[in-house]
Design a protein. Structure first.
Length: 319
């Protein structure tokens, strides 16, 4: 997820056709902060990945996660079991953010390196983001930067799911245990069908750690492609429709999100965030330049990625 330039609404933006945004040579990149956050996120995802790997190996949920983490503190070499999950999920997130970063470099748009967010949750991270510190020259640059991240992450997540999902195991749900069940996106269903897999209701899917990381990557792709504000989907919608993007954002926040809350109450967060940060997207420097036909056709790929990755009920807690 990238954080675009925010500022006052420009009624008459300057017209700078084909003029690249200059680099700010006085800016000092915060490499140490990026590396420090990445190291913390690597550790947190290794911890979660080790728990997932042990649960997968013994084919049973871990009853006492705290005791496991204390044991890992005493025997850190055991964290090696978490490498498949950690490297896969960080690889997908890194590909996503580097897609944005390299597109910014191509257009000479000043952006930071990715900042990863470590967090002791189900997946060990809250994702990653870059900060964009100069305006977009035109809607073409905005579109390319917006779509580059989801495309790069999706290209890694889908094959990872295809090759690892058949390795997953199924067990009847045991009373007394809490299960976190991932919603079945269209990509999940298509991969399962292509592999001849069937997951009946009432069964716990003990995902292979790589498959779990791939599902996280697809979820991140879907979230980032939501067509609001300055999410990747918001960039793409603005580059396509210009001023009319605000109607797409409003329809999503005020109509679609309340409907989705029937399936998953936490969709309320994705209505609150755009309202706090702003639904509208700032203009580009040359807002009059329309998006060319090849990019309009390429936007269909963004729609396809969203449809394949999206699930109205992405995470369920049972019981």
């Amino acid at each position: 997820m990238d954080e675009g330039l925010r500022g006052p609404h420009l009624e008459s933006p300057p017209i700078l056709i084909n003029t690249p945004a200059p680099f700010d040579y006085t800016y000092c990149p915060r490499y140490r902060l990026s590396l420090f956050l990445f190291a913390l996120t690597l550790l947190s995802t290794l911890l979660v990945g080790t728990e997932l790997a042990i649960s997968y190996r013994v084919n049973a949920p871990i009853a006492d996660s705290l005791a496991l983490y204390i044991s890992l503190w005493k025997h850190p070499a055991a964290l090696a079991e978490g490498i498949p999950f950690a490297f896969t999920v960080l690889g997908i997130l890194l590909a996503h953010e580097m897609g944005h970063y390299l597109a910014c470099r191509y257009y000479r748009i000043h952006a930071t390196l990715p900042y990863f967010i470590p967090f002791p949750n189900l997946i060990g991270t809250m994702g990653a983001f870059i900060r964009i510190r100069s305006p977009f020259q035109d809607r073409k640059a905005l579109f390319d930067v917006g779509i580059a991240g989801p495309l790069a992450g999706f290209i890694i997540a889908l094959p990872a799911l295809f090759f690892s999902l058949p390795l997953s195991k199924m067990n009847p749900m045991r009373p007394g245990f809490t299960y976190f069940l991932f919603g079945e996106s269209l990509a999940f269903k298509l991969v399962a069908r292509s592999q001849g897999l069937h997951f009946p209701p009432g069964m716990d899917i003990n995902y292979h750690p790589v498959a779990m990381a791939a599902l996280v990557g697809l979820f991140a792709t879907a979230i980032n492609l939501l067509p609001v504000g300055q999410l990747d989907g918001g960039h793409i919608v603005y580059s396509l429709f210009g001023w009319y993007h605000r109607w797409v954002s409003r329809v999503f926040v005020f109509i679609v999100v309340p409907v989705l809350m029937v399936f998953w109450i936490w969709w309320a967060i994705w209505a609150l965030i755009p309202l706090v940060l702003g639904i509208n997207h700032p203009r580009t420097l040359d807002d009059a330049m329309p998006l060319d036909t090849p990019r309009k056709r390429f936007a269909l790929l963004a729609v396809l990625m969203f449809v394949l990755s999206f699930s109205p009920n992405p995470i369920r807690i049972f019981p």
